[in-house]
Design a protein around this ligand. Structure first.
Ligand code: NAI
Ligand code: 15L
Length: 268
């Protein structure tokens, strides 16, 4: 099939950089956007999500958008409001005005971060578990999922909301053994989300097929995602260094880990 043109927002970031490496091999022709310039990418669009005119131009003619741009950790409510809530709204409006039919939204496990993590024989967490954001950041991801549902119901724009666990080259703590998504699996999942037919608004968890998985990957697999990695090969080393998760430690009690226990970031 001919390459699909995909606007990659947040292209300068950690995940954006990983996906710039992996996605072209899946047949995607990437148009890049970030508020920061990218070394070696003179054609990348340097624009803020607040700039509606720039977003309209950026989405013009693309087949789909992979929306990674935004604040990716906890911050003040005002900053999250501007970048993640208003910014994502601006992107959907640009897509609606320019007739773009598919968005893949980088949601996060922190939209459901206060969900108790499964222990022992507990069932995996389903995608329809209620939103339980653990931060203003997580709240913005819950909003993004609702926004996606609204644009599907109201305007017929399809979205796959991917509640990403932790997508980094390697897991770096014991919690990540459960929530890690290898970059190669991330590209497989985003590819499936960009190309599967008739997704309406579908919510999926984004991780590899980890032995210690906490959530149900069946809605991701239904898109055609076939994860090939498992964090278990890192388990012995990480557990030797850090110990197993402690059921009595509040930082280990919920999907969102320490995002649940950290104090809010207030303006200063
Ligand atoms: P990152 O912080 O490395 O990259 C985010 C990028 O967005 C940055 O390059 C930044 O310049 C850009 N950006 C921020 N505000 C912007 C604005 N107003 N206008 C234009 N560009 C803006 O974050 P990372 O790790 O690459 O994450 C990418 C996305 O995936 C984020 O939306 C994050 O919330 C989500 N996510 C990532 C996870 C991970 O494990 N990396 C886990 C769960 C969700
Ligand atoms: C996220 O949503 C963050 O963007 C990422 O940096 C990690 O902290 C990840 O969640 C996580 O839960 O490990």
């Amino acid at each position: 099939p001919a390459p699909r043109t995909v606007l990659l927002t947040g292209a300068a970031g950690g995940l954006g950089t990983l996906m710039r490496g992996h996605l072209p091999a899946h047949g995607h022709d990437l148009r890049l956007l970030d508020m920061r310039a990218i070394d070696g990418e003179p054609d990348a669009i340097v624009a803020d999500l607040a700039d509606r005119e720039a977003l309209r131009e950026a989405v013009r003619g693309v087949d789909a958008v992979l929306h990674l741009a935004g604040i990716s950790l906890e911050s003040t409510f005002d900053r999250i409001l501007k970048a993640n809530i208003e910014g994502t709204y601006n992107l959907y409006e640009a897509a609606r005005e320019e007739g773009v039919r598919r968005i893949v939204f980088a949601s996060s496990n922190h939209a459901v971060g206060f969900t108790p993590r499964p222990q022992g024989d507990d069932p995996l967490i389903p995608v329809d578990t209620p939103h339980r954001p653990d931060t203003f950041y997580g709240l913005s991801k819950s909003f993004g999922e609702d926004l996606a549902q609204f644009y599907w119901d109201k305007h017929g724009i399809e979205t796959v909301s991917v509640r990403i666990g932790s997508c980094f080259p390697e897991p770096s703590n014991v919690r990540m053994l459960s929530v890690w998504m290898s970059p190669a699996d991330g590209a497989r999942l985003f590819h499936a989300a960009l190309t599967a037919e008739d997704v309406g608004h579908t919510v999926v968890y984004g991780s590899s097929a980890n032995t210690r998985l906490w959530w149900d990957l069946s809605s991701a697999r239904a898109l055609g995602y076939e994860p090939r990695d498992d964090s278990e090969r890192y388990a012995a080393k990480l557990i030797a260094e850090q110990g197993e998760l402690d059921p009595g430690n509040p930082d280990h009690a919920h999907l969102g880990g320490h995002f649940c226990t950290r104090p809010p970031v207030w303006p200063h």
